[in-house]
Design a protein around this ligand. Structure first.
Ligand SMILES: Cc1cc2nc3c(=O)[nH]c(=O)nc-3n(C[C@H](O)[C@H](O)[C@H](O)COP(=O)(O)OP(=O)(O)OC[C@H]3O[C@@H](n4cnc5c(N)ncnc54)[C@H](O)[C@@H]3O)c2cc1C
Length: 420
């Protein structure tokens, strides 16, 4: 038997945020984490609230969230409330900074990030070094030099340069080749973002890149590159900027997202430094309960060794991470079998127009106002649900994915701490 104060199931953004908050307050926590999280697909930005459920675009999330109880009473933000929302958003930034994740942006004013296909989209926080803008229709520069690694197909220079030109930024595309790239180019399937990023962990390779850029960038105001400037090395942008004496910024590539992987690693390390136990590559497979309490959780790797805790947090994500599973006519939460809100008529799950909000996105785990999960309509005393698996919001349409995950995580951690 292993005993903890809190066991968290799921080690993505929500689970790690919750674990860090609890471990920082002195709790002994374990996170069971079976695999990849949505962070591995991160755009390089964390969204808080970009669009209200009625379609109104949001410039100031702190102001807009006040409408949530009226527009969408079951939205996680409606449960949190506008006042606490502001505090939690500030706490989330502090937590990221503590973990060594450098971000720009603020909850009182969304900024814009450049998408991999050259559009500008609202967001809350962007990882430092990414292309961002204060305006939704223009970049901060009149001319840029856009560089890509020769043969790297997960970065669309043509789209990017066309879209930038439409926004009034002259964009010249360059490709670069390096000895270290030759090795991975032997096999075209190896030309993926994470593999390319690894070569820039070497100072020598970064210097070689700086030399090429310096020769070719001309008088462009800024140098833009795909987000592949190192895995362990996280200051590739700053180093290049210093060497080139020019503004340098990166743009998201297709997954895997190198900055997303870096953030996942930084958060995990921070959690472990705080004394947390991270069971990497393990899957929670079962549980025992007594009355309205969960008494233990079992995992694939630990067999019949029980993980016991005073509180349990379900942070297993949505369909994407199998925190929710859709079968023929039902949507279930597969571990505890807690209540899931969904339309019983399968015909209502999808909209024909794939660009409109899809009803199934809002299906998810039902909770009370404290995010305690429900079974048969009754709350389970010591089981909380957080993150992407919750009901009542559409992370894609509303642009609120990271915000819901981080804010519900901190909210629940504080709720657990207040129980003592
Ligand atoms: C492809 C994709 C890209 C996204 N990009 C962005 C973005 O750029 N910006 C943004 O703001 N939002 C984005 N989102 C929204 C995203 O949902 C949130 O930002 C957030 O990262 C979700 O975190 P989470 O921890 O709630 O869930 P997840 O990231 O899904 O993590 C859940 C974790 O639980 C694990 N798990 C599941 N079942 C078990 C089990 N039984 N035992 C142990 N572990 C288990 C999974 O393996 C997974 O690691 C994206 C979502 C997706 C699907």
């Amino acid at each position: 038997m292993m005993k903890f104060d809190t066991v968290i199931i799921g080690g993505g953004l929500a689970g790690l945020t919750c674990g860090i908050r609890l471990a920082k307050a002195g709790q002994r926590c374990a996170i069971i984490s079976s695999g990849q999280s949505a962070l591995h697909f991160s755009s390089g930005s964390l969204d808080l609230l970009n669009v209200l459920p009625d379609g109104t675009e949001v410039d100031n999330p702190l102001e807009a969230v006040k409408q949530m109880p009226t527009l969408a009473p079951s939205h996680p933000y409606a449960k949190i409330g506008a006042e606490r929302f502001a505090d939690l958003a500030a706490d989330a930034v502090e937590l990221l900074t503590g973990a060594g994740v450098a971000v720009v942006g603020e909850a009182v004013k969304n900024h814009y990030r450049l998408t991999p296909v050259g559009g500008l989209k609202r967001t809350w926080l962007s990882f430092k070094g990414y292309v961002t803008s204060d305006k939704g229709d223009a970049l901060p520069w009149k001319s840029v030099a856009l560089f890509n690694a020769e043969g790297f197909l997960d970065f669309y220079t043509q789209f990017l340069s066309d879209e930038m030109r439409k926004m009034g930024t002259e964009c010249k595309v360059h490709t670069f080749n390096l000895p270290a790239l030759e090795a991975i180019r032997q096999n075209p399937t190896e030309m993926r973002s994470a593999n390319i990023a690894r070569i820039f962990d070497s100072e020598e390779t970064l210097n070689q890149l700086a030399e090429i850029i310096s020769r070719e960038m001309g008088d462009a105001e800024a140098v833009l590159l795909p987000a592949v400037l190192g895995v362990d090395c996280r200051d590739g942008v700053a180093k290049l900027e210093k060497r080139l004496s020019r503004k340098v910024a990166v743009i998201a590539t297709l997954p895997p997202s190198v900055p997303g992987l870096q953030v996942q690693t930084l958060l995990r390390r921070y959690f472990q430094e705080l004394g947390g136990v991270y069971l990497l590559g393990d899957t929670a497979t079962g549980y025992k309960s007594e009355g309205d309490n969960i008494t233990s959780v079992y995992t694939h790797n630990h067999g019949d060794i029980a993980l016991k805790a005073d509180n349990y947090v379900l942070a297993t994500g949505s369909y994407f991470s199998q925190g929710l599973v859709a079968t023929n006519g039902t949507v279930v939460e597969p571990l505890f079998g807690v209540d899931v809100a969904y339309d019983k008529d399968r015909n209502n799950w999808y909209e024909r127009d794939m660009f409109t909000a899809q009803p199934y996105e809002k299906f998810g785990i039902e909770t009370n106002a404290d995010f305690q999960a429900l079974r048969g309509g009754k709350s389970v005393n010591n089981l909380y649900a957080i993150g992407a698996g919750l009901m009542g919001f559409n992370a894609v349409k509303e642009g609120c994915g990271a915000g819901v995950s981080m804010l519900t995580a901190i909210n629940v951690a504080d709720r657990i701490l207040s129980k003592r």
